[in-house]
Ligand binder design. Structure first.
Ligand code: DLL
Length: 432
């Protein structure tokens, strides 16, 4: 169903007018409420009066993840006094990325998430099993707000406790499953262990995202669970889930561009690319109040089309995420940067800066992360017990930093292949 028919099927000219109007009031708001943006505009000699329409957006500066991190915790907020909720995005070195919402922002989130659910094929009265993590991660609560808004019956399972998830599915018969795609596959193994036939599950629709997944993974999930598997995209800095969602045609993700304005740029030059070409996805939030962001560089690589979709929605569609401009990987829903591992290693005496992250997917469809690290020769001359202690120490420190379990493998000096260009830090064997 189309949740917000008026806005989602608006003709492109009217949509452009809405976007232009909203951009101007957003600029006015951030200039007057955000010290960060006021300073930035004043420094760069930007007069917001010069921005007449959405086409002028390219004259404005970008915002980056570093801006958010450098101004941690509240420096980039525009309305700290009216904060209703905060969330934290995983996966950064040092300070995490803190994001916040006013009560009105939660209203906006509820609306875009209701649109997301409608886009995937949900309708009021459906039962949804939310198996994204609740807590500081935006997945669980984002889906929760949207489902409340649409009038679904919510089973707020959060992630994990797989056998219980499966029992709940069997007993309460939810029609919709929301979780990461890798968790959907992981659950099928436990289902088989429990003697269940996954093809007979009550789930008809899956809303899967928060990590990259391929078309072949989609086919695998659809065949295993006998389900329609749709892709949901979002990021904490913009709102969380609720930025873009595939409709049941599965031909690209509809961006809710009346509230989150997308641009695709060449990541090196910062200039817009031609329609259909790959580039970095950039978003401007028009109506968010706690942390509005202007031209936020997501580092996600996609292409975008303005061609109208069969479903009747008029907003642009992005492709599945094709990669990143940085070296971030997503392991079991957690964003991991090699630099985080490096940060831990350099502070442990006896390790060297030669390391690699080896990501794989186990036979149970669970992501595994192994850290291969070269250590000084003298460590290897120590007795086995000491070596194991050393390995455990590194493992503990990395785990507490990342919040994801890892295995550490110590290597003799010079065993990791050297590269003449950029070091190869990540070996991803997951085939996604
Ligand atoms: O992952 C928000 C979310 C929750 C999206 C639940 C979908 C479902 P972050 O933790 O801030 O937010 O991570 C954002 O994850 O920049 C992408 O690199 C990656 N990502 C998110 N969705 C997808 C997807 C949430 N469908 C980062 N496909 C983003 C590929 C995705 N990558």
């Amino acid at each position: 169903m189309i949740w917000n028919e008026k806005i989602e099927t608006m003709n492109l000219e009217d949509l452009k007018e809405v976007q232009s109007k909203r951009l101007k009031s957003m600029l006015d708001y951030i200039y007057n409420n955000s010290t960060f943006y006021k300073n930035k505009f004043d420094k760069e000699g930007i007069n917001i009066e010069d921005i007449k329409s959405i086409d002028d957006i390219t004259k404005l500066p970008f915002t980056t993840k570093e801006d958010m991190r450098d101004n941690y915790p509240f420096g980039i907020f525009s309305n700290k006094s009216k904060l209703a909720e905060i969330h934290v995005s995983s996966g950064t070195t040092g300070n995490p990325t803190l994001v916040g919402y006013t009560k009105d922002d939660i209203g906006l989130w509820s609306d875009v998430m209701a649109r997301t659910l409608g886009c995937a094929g949900a309708k009021p009265g459906d039962v949804i099993q939310i198996a994204y993590g609740y807590g500081l991660f935006t997945g669980g609560l984002g889906f929760h707000y949207g489902a409340l808004e649409m009038g679904l019956t919510i089973i707020p399972c959060s992630a994990g406790m797989t056998k219980r998830q499966l029992k709940i599915m069997e007993d309460f018969k939810p029609r919709i499953l929301a979780c990461t795609p890798s968790y959907a596959m992981y659950m099928s193994e436990d289902a088989k262990d429990m003697g269940m036939d996954p093809r007979k599950s009550s789930w008809e629709i899956g809303i899967f995202g928060a990590e990259p997944w391929s078309e072949s993974m989609r086919t695998q999930i659809e065949n295993t669970w006998n389900i329609l598997a749709t892709d949901v995209y979002g990021l904490s800095e913009i709102i969380g889930p609720g930025v873009a969602q595939e409709c049941t045609n599965k031909e690209g993700l509809h961006v809710f561009s009346d509230v989150f304005y997308p641009e695709i740029i060449n990541p090196t030059t910062g200039q817009p690319v031609k329609e259909g070409e790959d580039g970095e996805l950039v978003f401007t939030t028009f109506t968010k109040k706690a942390i509005p962001v202007l031209r936020y560089r997501t580092r996600d690589i996609v292409s975008m089309t303005n061609k109208q979709c069969k479903c009747g929605r008029t907003s642009p569609r992005i492709s599945k995420i094709k990669g990143r401009t940085d070296d971030m990987i997503v392991v079991r829903g957690i964003n991991v940067f090699p630099s985080q591992i490096e940060h831990v290693l350099v502070n442990i005496e006896g390790t060297t800066p030669h390391y690699q992250l080896v990501v794989d997917r186990s036979s149970k469809n669970l992501d595994t992360l192994e850290i291969h690290v070269e250590v000084e020769q003298k460590i290897f001359s120590d007795e086995i017990k000491k070596l194991t202690q050393f390995e455990n120490k590194i493992q503990d420190e990395i785990e507490s930093m990342l919040g994801v379990s890892v295995k550490v493998k110590l290597l003799e000096p010079r065993s990791i292949e050297r590269s003449i260009g950029k070091a190869v830090r990540v070996i991803d064997k997951r085939n996604i």
